[in-house]
Design a protein around this ligand. Sequence first.
Ligand SMILES: O=C(CO)[C@H](O)[C@H](O)COP(=O)(O)O
Length: 228
Amino acid sequence: MKQNELKQSVGIKAVDFIQEGMTVGLGTGSTVYYLVEELGRRVQEKQLQVQCVSTSQRTWDQACALGITMKPLQEVSTIDLTIDGADEIDPDFQGIKGGGAAHTYEKIVAVNSRKNIWIVDESKLVDQLGAFGLPVEVLPFGAQQLFQRFQAEGLQPKLRLDDQQDPVHTDSQNYVFDLELGTIKHPHLLAQWLEEQAGVVEQGLFLDLVNTVIIGTDQGPKIISDIR
Ligand SMILES: O=C(CO)[C@H](O)[C@H](O)COP(=O)(O)O
């Protein structure tokens, strides 16, 4: 199967975890696109009653266009389940996210969810995190100084640019640095260090957060549940 077909298969499968009356967090990215598409279909055709919160303007716009009831985060008291993609997942189900520059909102929604499901194709499974550049959202104020500090620490930052070579802005109008680390031997220590640096808004290591992973394989979606 092609990568997009694998993404579609897990996006569709994940909707089976959404039950009537739930408040659901919707992630961001090309895999979540298929999830939202299928959820919209079940809302329209099967009258599934749910309300959702979004992790990005992109997902919000797609979901609204499909008639899914969307709520601002401050208007919901609990999030029953969040379904999101990931850029890398290691054997302990720790992950890197932020390839779509949405990891700050994604993490806020994830940590406030009772349960988190990640939907990925097989290419996202790695032995060790770090081949994917680690996204770090930073405030524009002081970004140059922070960039230099990361360089001095050997973290090889790259300012994320769009197709026009302009800096990518997150939904909060911040920048993203991608740290070209190769491998991350101690993810918890790195996460802690990054979070201590003034100007860092959020870093893309998602540790000890996911409960279920749905992996797209040629044999069909494989579900790994109750991870934590
Ligand atoms: O973290 C993310 C966005 O910030 C995405 O979930 C991640 O980049 C995976 O995206 P895709 O499903 O397009 O491969």
